[in-house]
Ligand binder design. Structure first.
Ligand SMILES: Nc1ncnc2c1ncn2[C@@H]1O[C@H](COP(=O)(O)OP(=O)(O)OP(=O)(O)O)[C@@H](O)[C@H]1O
Ligand SMILES: [Mg+2]
Length: 434
């Protein structure tokens, strides 16, 4: 587990062709012999007499028209895809596009109206209640946005919950739960209760609970979306590393393109219950199927691709702590500055040294500058996305220091640089303006 930032995994992407599904056709994914999840022609229609929507007279009607004419709401519509072993398959789309309905239907938390559904070669649609329960307890785990922790259970007990449900003995439960907590970096927190943990930590407990049963498949419905942007990025990065180690097959719902691009081996884009395009991230960006997909990708064209490293500058003036207050003052006066970043001998970031501070130290006859007296904006990782820094800088605030894992000062980001990065015109718009 490491500092805030972004890193792509070195994981091999499973090969394969891009599939584009035309709306309202019974398209299927490329035949894939060892797919872990196979979905074909899956529908979920909410409402009374859902079968009515298949009547000839309603054929081809849009979701809105169907709702107006039949009172039924189409949750998912004729969806087909495969998920390959160890693939992280992302479902993305606007609110109401059917992501949660689809992921829940995979384990029949929502009963499908029509279609074929197989997981690990088992026909999920045909399972009896008992088989289904067993399947959910052993083969699959789900992580939700609201972590769903039990407040009166400790972190350890929460993490062991799935194991308890399936009847593992106390010793096994504890061992596996501890191991899962270690995997998500929560060793030492076993005896705490959820309300004494931050949101990010609670989500890790949710993840540990899902991992503890060692499922073949993880279903994750917007697991990180309730978190602050920086914490969210951090968890995403940790999750990329984790996936490298555990190699689960994962279906992951998000409405955040950056998250999808970072985590996904393939991304399925949903609209009105249908899958509009399934493709690898590069393909989604370079070859969006239609305007709806393009609207998502446009979002990624500016802030999303600029990282702290790409917009940082060298600090104009740098002070060294061992120089002492008088040397620092001389440098500030010489450079006509009120403050400057200060580092130690190894060029590690210490903080911002102001003229007020050195004046005071000199007045007090103090020959040393203590790191603790410096103003210290939190450093950011060079790979963090600019959009996540937006909230951290305001007019008149200090630049943000960019440091590596050792704390070495790599550069600084001025508020102006962030604004400029965010206002770089979209190449497509430029072209159409020309
Ligand atoms: N129990 C239900 N009864 C009726 N309609 C439902 C029900 N559950 C979901 N829907 C409808 O199904 C559609 C898909 O909803 P779903 O919750 O799957 O969307 P989503 O993509 O997960 O959205 P969000 O990003 O807001 O979570 C919506 O039109 C919704 O109103
Ligand atoms: Mg949802």
């Amino acid at each position: 587990m490491d500092a805030v930032g972004t890193r792509r995994s070195g994981r091999e992407r499973p090969g394969g062709t891009t599939l584009t599904v035309e709306p309202n056709t019974l398209a299927t994914s490329p035949p894939d012999g060892d797919a872990v999840v196979r979905v074909e022609g899956l529908w979920k229609v909410f409402g009374k007499n859902p079968e009515r929507v298949f009547d000839e007279e309603y054929r081809g009607l849009s979701k809105t028209e169907l709702q107006a004419r039949t009172g039924c709401v189409v949750g998912i519509r004729d969806v087909s895809f495969d998920v390959r072993p160890r693939e992280l398959f992302v479902l993305m789309g606007l609110s109401g596009s059917g992501k949660s309905t689809l992921i829940r239907t995979l384990i029949r938390l929502i009963e499908p109206t029509r279609g074929m559904l197989s997981v690990d070669g088992q026909d999920v649609a045909a399972m009896s209640t008992r088989e289904l329960l067993e399947f959910r307890r052993r083969s699959i785990s789900m992580v939700f946005q609201s972590y769903g922790l039990l407040p009166h259970y400790t972190v350890l007990q929460n993490s062991a919950y799935g194991l308890k449900l399936r009847g593992d003995d106390q010793k096994t439960r504890e061992e596996k739960a501890r191991a899962a907590l270690a995997t998500v970096g929560l060793t030492g927190w076993e005896s705490y209760y959820p309300d004494s943990l931050s949101g990010g930590m609670q989500q890790r407990v949710g993840l540990a609970r899902a991992l503890a049963t060692d499922p073949d498949i993880l279903l994750m419905d917007e697991p990180f979306s309730g978190l602050d942007p920086l914490i969210r990025r951090q968890l995403q990065d940790e999750f990329v590393d984790l996936q490298d180690q555990i190699g689960k097959t994962i279906v992951f719902v998000t409405h955040d393109l950056h998250e999808a691009l970072k985590l996904g081996d393939r991304i399925a884009i949903m609209r009105d219950g249908e899958i509009v395009q399934i493709a690898e991230p590069e393909e989604i960006l370079s070859n969006p199927h239609d305007d709806y997909v393009r609207a998502f990708t446009r979002d990624a064209s500016t802030a999303g691709v600029f990282t702290a490293r790409t917009v940082m500058d060298d600090p104009e003036v740098l002070l060294y702590r061992w120089q002492g207050p008088r040397a620092a003052l001389a440098e500030l006066v010489h450079q006509k500055r009120d403050w400057a970043f200060m580092v130690d001998k190894k060029h590690r970031y210490l903080g911002i040294c102001s003229r007020d501070l050195v004046d005071t130290l000199i007045k007090e006859g103090n020959k040393h500058i203590e790191a603790a007296d410096l103003i210290r904006p939190d450093p950011v990782d060079p790979d963090v996305l600019i959009q996540d820094l937006f909230g951290l800088v305001g007019a008149g605030s200090y630049p943000l220091p960019v440091t590596d894992a050792d704390g070495t000062l790599l550069g600084v980001i001025r508020p102006r640089s962030i604004l400029e990065a965010l206002h770089t015109p979209d190449p497509a718009e430029e072209a159409s303006d020309a």
